[in-house]
Design a protein around this ligand. Sequence first.
Ligand SMILES: Nc1ncnc2c1ncn2[C@@H]1O[C@H](COP(=O)(O)OP(=O)(O)OP(=O)(O)O)[C@@H](O)[C@H]1O
Ligand SMILES: [Mg+2]
Length: 377
Amino acid sequence: MLQPNPFIITADYYGPEYFCDRQVETQALESNFANGRNTVLISSRRMGKSGLIAHVFNRKFVQSNFKSFSIDLYPTTSLSEMVLLLAKEITGQLKSKQEKILKTFLGIVKSLRPGFKVDSITGQFVFDLSLGVIVQPTESLKEIFQYLESSEIPCVVAMDEFQQIAEYPDGNVLELLRTYVQKCKHTWFIFAGSDRRMMEKLFNNPSEPFYMSCSPLYLDAIDYEEYLAFAKQHFERAGKSLTDECFKRVYGLFEGHTWYVQRLMNELYAWTEPGKEADVPMMDNALTFVIKTYARAFQEQMSSYPEAQKQLLIAIAKEGNAEQVTSVAFCKKHAMKSPSTVQSALRVLHDKGVVRKQDNTYSVTNRLFGIWLTTEY
Ligand SMILES: Nc1ncnc2c1ncn2[C@@H]1O[C@H](COP(=O)(O)OP(=O)(O)OP(=O)(O)O)[C@@H](O)[C@H]1O
Ligand SMILES: [Mg+2]
């Protein structure tokens, strides 16, 4: 039978054997749930927030002590859409339950009754929720919180890409949510987000409703030794081997950034026949191959930027972690017009998430795009 590639690169969670480490973070989250603390989970994109949430929700501790719900707010643009997502997540879990449980739900979340139907053919109860059903989103949100709190088993709720709420046109959603969250006595939350600037503003700024309301959990790269052992073990299980130098090169190239390490390991695993070894030369070829796979998309992305942004992007990519980008010296070195040109180009690239800022240095957010830029220009 065909063995699945153990280096997962999609957002789905396949179980603990495909999940590397994160023991400290897992314990931190479980302890927060056990002790009534809400969590704000922050990391760069593709570092593993959603994976960590899925991993923790899959654990025995959570499965046997809590009801867990998880929503990804990324595609939502309004409070109604958020309420719809939450209602769907909860009712999705009720689907297979008995009539009594459904009645309890509808007894509390009265505003969603119009979305509840009896299938005329099968006679089964079904939820047919759509935006049209969310007529009073604030009322529905209040009732959903009442329902969560009425549960005999405590609930844990993960709201992924939480910063999206700040974009909603509806007024005071954050205040509203904060009021309900604050009142909860046995429902605990994880608010996860990758827009560090926005997340820190929402949770660390005294004028924001969620100020100091959660235990912060920052997700960094997975520990090198742990990741090495994980990778080698998966190779060995399939009768393949991986040299330490090869893994070191992958980890170093991407500073341990999870998805990128997974992407390369996935490729190397596929390239290595049983009985054979993945080494540094193979890794260099695999990297060239992977970058080539995305080259067309990168070219297109590049052609969509005006000249100043293009130039700046190339300059940042060449520096790797670029410091003092708006200085005269940086401009001179990279033949940019002026610091003010750099400043406005930088603002756009940063706002679009094309470059990211960490400790006053800028780098290209998509690490593969960054490498492609250095090889192409
Ligand atoms: N601990 C881990 N072990 C192995 N693979 C992992 C681990 N954590 C995450 N991954 C993998 O890395 C990739 C990125 O993870 P994930 O989607 O969880 O990141 P994210 O921080 O939520 O990203 P985004 O900000 O884009 O939503 C996924 O393919 C996931 O399967
Ligand atoms: Mg995610």
